[in-house]
Every structure is written in C-alpha cells, then in structure tokens.
Design a protein around this ligand. Structure first.
Ligand code: SF4
Length: 299
C-alpha cells in the first residue's frame, strides 16, 4: 500500500497512485524535457548550456504560469507518456554531463524531491558538476534537509509577500512565511554564493523574483523580507521582467498586461538600496519565446 505524500507544504496526504494531490503528479517520475538550455542567467547557462531536467506537475500552480503545458496539463505531452525510473533519471543526468552541461538544473523538482535525493545519493560522487535545485520557493524544510550535501546551488523563486496575493495567484496564503523558512534552510546548506574562475556559479543561492503587473509594492516587501532572512550581499538575485500576460485568466484583468518600465525600475532600485547584487533583464525579454519546446523528444 502506498503511503500518503507529505513532501511539500500542501501536505495533501494523497497516495499519488489512485489519487493525485495538488501537484497533479503521480509517484512515478514524469519528465517534460531533458536537454541543454541556454536561456538561464549567464553564470548558469555559460557557453555550453545548463543540463536542464524539467519535471511535470507543480506544487504551486500559479494562475499566470507560462509552463502550464507541463505543470498542469501534461498528460497528453509526448515526453510524459511513460514514467522514468530512478535508474533512467540517473542516466539522463549523467548523459547531460557528458554532453558538456556546466551543471544539472532540476526544474520544478519539489514533488519528486525524495526520488531526486535517492538518485543524487547514488551519482553525486561521480557527477563532477554542480547540481541546481530550481524551484518555486514553496518548499518544506524537512524535504530540503534530505538534500543537504546533494544540491550545490539553490535557485528558488520568491514570488509574493502579501497572503492575499499569494492565495489569489497560487492558492498559498502562507507563501511568504514558508518561502522564508525554506530560504533560511537553503542558505544554511550552501552558504555564500561562489563564482569560479570560469565565470560559472559553483555554489550558493541564485534567487529569482518575477515582477508582476501592479505588484511593485509587493515586490518591495518581498525584497525586504529576503534581506531579513539571508545576508543580501551573500546571495545573487535575479529580478525578472519577463512576465507575459498571455496565460493569465481573462477574469483577472490586473494580470492581463505586461509590466511597465517604471514598475521594473522601481523594483530594481529597491533591490540596489537593500544591497543586493545580481541580474536584471532587458525589457524586450518579456515574451513567451523563452518557453522551451516540450513537444520535442529529448530523452
Ligand atoms: S508534493 Fe504533491 S501530493 Fe505531495 S503534498 Fe505536495 S502537492 Fe500534495
């Protein structure tokens, strides 16, 4: 008999065999894509690309998600038709390394964190490149603890401050407190960000924040909360302007536009004042062309 799943803060208790939990992902690992990816921050993608492994399902399910085809409606996706065993996942990771990946970038891994910990335990010593945990920030501390020593770089989002906003857009009114505790744990594991002589990130935290339309004051509070949780000068922050309104529900009028330059620059100036360093985006990057092709067979 399968035990209920309590891997993430949702703590659904679903067995993920006869009944799915909030993340909509079965116990069996379902992947959307595994390939070299060149559109992360330069310290992650480098010249040879980041070895990204996209997991299907998501424990956040944001209403404006631009990867809805794999986070929610993945069942008819080509790559999702068959589950991937833990042995196969290990091989996929090692193959990406052999193709020249600078790192292994596990995208939306939260609901498979137990399987990932088992796989990494087996291959970490021979892998030889950093492992990145690229998540939505809504993580359970106990699940993160199982990854200690296996993950080199945490790349979490920190999306919201206001419980009203996080409930409305991600059905997670406790997001800010959960994400803060998770960030604290991540920093305790990997410490200060380190960039190697080759210009690539080797360890630490690269935290991402997506500025939402009408959300600059919430962004300001997010940055203040992050600065109270970890030393701003010891992490790298990426403030993203790439919000695209195409995927937001028609009923949420406030989300049906791009962010303005004023909104984005306001958030960048707050970030600078608080002592963060990191990345900003060209305003032209706010379109959906950065979404990878999930219909391509890649493993
Ligand atoms: S990982 Fe999925 S099933 Fe497990 S507690 Fe979270 S949302 Fe529920």
């Amino acid at each position: 008999m399968n035990e209920g799943c309590f891997l993430c803060p949702r703590e659904c208790g679903a067995d993920r065999v006869s009944k799915m939990g909030y993340c909509n992902a079965p116990r069996d690992i379902i992947l959307a894509r595994a390939a070299l990816h060149f559109f992360e921050e330069p310290i992650i993608s480098g010249k040879r690309g980041s070895g990204t492994v996209f997991f299907c399902g998501c424990n956040l399910g944001c209403v404006f998600c631009q990867n809805g085809a794999i986070s929610r409606n993945f069942r008819n996706q080509r790559n999702a038709s068959e589950p991937v065993s833990e042995e196969k996942l290990a091989k996929i990771i090692l193959n990406l390394r052999d193709e020249g990946a600078h790192n292994i970038n596990l995208v939306t891994p939260t609901h498979y964190s137990d399987a990932i910990a088992r796989v990494l335990t087996k291959i970490k010593s021979e892998l030889g490149i950093p492992v990145i945990y690229n998540c939505g920030g809504y993580e359970k501390v106990e699940s993160l603890r199982a990854l200690r020593g296996l993950v080199d770089i945490y790349m979490p989002d920190f999306k919201y401050f206001s419980p009203e906003i996080s409930e409305k857009y991600s059905f997670a009114p406790d997001y800010v407190d959960v994400a803060s505790e998770a960030l604290h744990e991540m920093y305790g594991q990997v410490g200060e960000a380190m960039i190697g002589d080759d210009g690539m990130m080797k360890k630490g935290i690269l935290l991402r924040h997506l500025v939402l339309p009408g959300g600059r004051h919430d962004s300001e509070k997010v940055l203040e909360r992050i600065a109270k949780t970890v030393p701003p000068e010891k992490i790298i922050i990426s403030i993203m302007s790439q919000y695209t309104p195409d995927f937001a529900p028609e009923s949420m009028k406030e989300l049906r536009r791009r962010i303005t330059s004023f909104e984005y620059e306001y958030v960048l100036s707050v970030s600078e004042k608080l002592g963060f360093d990191g990345f900003s985006q060209e305003r032209g990057s706010s379109n959906s062309s950065y979404t990878p092709d999930f219909s391509q067979k890649t493993f």
